[in-house]
Structure formats: C-alpha cells, structure tokens
Design a protein around this ligand. Sequence first.
Ligand SMILES: [Zn+2]
Length: 248
Amino acid sequence: MGETLKTSAIVLRAHNYSEADQLLVLFTEKMGKLSAIVKGVKKPKSKLRGGVQVFSHTNMELFLGKNLATVTQAEPINTFAPLREDLFRMGCGAYLAELLDSLTPEGERDIDLYRLILSGFHLLSIEEPWLAVTAMKIRLLRQGGYQPQMEDCTDCGQGSLAEKFFSPELGGVICQHCLSKKTGPGIIKISGESCVIFKQLMNMELTKLNRLRISANAKRELDEILDLYITFCLGKKLKSKEFLDNLA
Ligand SMILES: [Zn+2]
C-alpha cells in the first residue's frame, strides 16, 4: 500500500504522459525532487490544472504508489505567471529548473535548495531577467557543491592576481604563469570587474541586486564562463540553453 504525502512543491517541468495525463518533475519541501503523474489534467474540467502549471508553487497532496507518485490535490500558492507570459523569462525559468533537476537526485530533502529555487522564481518574475538568472545559476551551483574559486589561482594558490583566466576543469581562476603551462580549449580571460560582480551576485541580498551596475562586457564574460562551467560540471549541455540562445 502506498501512503499520502502533503507538501508544498514547485513544478519544475511537465511532460505529456498520455492523452489526458502529464508527468511532472516537482521539487517538494518534504522530499526534494519527485516525479508524479497528474491524471486527467489535460481535460478542460480538471480541478488540478491551476496548481500544476510549470513554475507554480503549490500545496499538494500526493499518493506515493509503488512505482510512481500521483497528484491527488493541488492548490496554487503562487503560479509565477510572469514566467509564462514572457519568452525570455520563460526560458530563464526553464534553465533554472533544468539546472536544479540536473544537480539533484530524486527523493533527497533539501530545504535550502527548496527555498533557493522559490526565491529564484520570485526574483525572476519581478527583476531584470539576466540579473535574476545569473545570480541564481551561481547560487544553485554553490548549493549543489560546485562553487568555483574566483580569488586565488586554483593551480598554484597565488593570490592578488593581476590577470585572471577561468578554467572550467579546475573550477576557478588561474594565473598567467599557470595558464602558460596549460593547453587545450575552454580557458578564458576574466576581467577584474567580472570577478567582483560574480561574488556580488553570489553573496548580496537578492532584493539589493538591482543596485549593481554591470557592463555589457562583464555580462558577456559571465555568460560564457557560467555556460562552460555548468556544461563541464554536469557533463552535458542544458537543453533550455539552446532555447535561450535561439531567442538572442
Ligand atoms: Zn597559478
């Protein structure tokens, strides 16, 4: 026999499962990531529809079956509608959802990650999207155990570097001297401004991020570095990255 779980949850993704049913990937408060079927949701009269839209924060009741969970009740708390009304925000939301999905195993409760993705979706629905998505990429990586070292050389340990280069493989910056010993692709120069902004995006209170002034060059560098680093950490390119690239 299965049991019933009452938990609030965030809908990361929804896939068509059959003609009337969908398969959701949820991040729940009580059990972390969880896949669940929502039956009959594509019928117009379904009472569950409002609470299972992608990105929604919802109070759910789930029946935990032997193989798969089933959503039996869904009362939305916040549907984060702005994330579905604008293509770029939608792409950013999908990116964060996919990143979180890729960083976490099923069934592992992680209240910090739960709170982080919730504040991320909130931020993304009110704030300038680049700022929100970039701060969240950095924070999800940190929470997932992939915080890069942006200060001292990751290879020789030297500090106060005049010039820094980012190595996805080493998980941080390296100095000019260590760069000359390295060959191979994927190492890029990173400006002092980008390093400073990186740390601010990681550590500043989320509500204060809009005070930052960031040059187009730093945005470009941070995009490039994070894309290379995330691809390296996950061992794959995120599908939603392609969607975002096509919008640019
Ligand atoms: Zn070095």
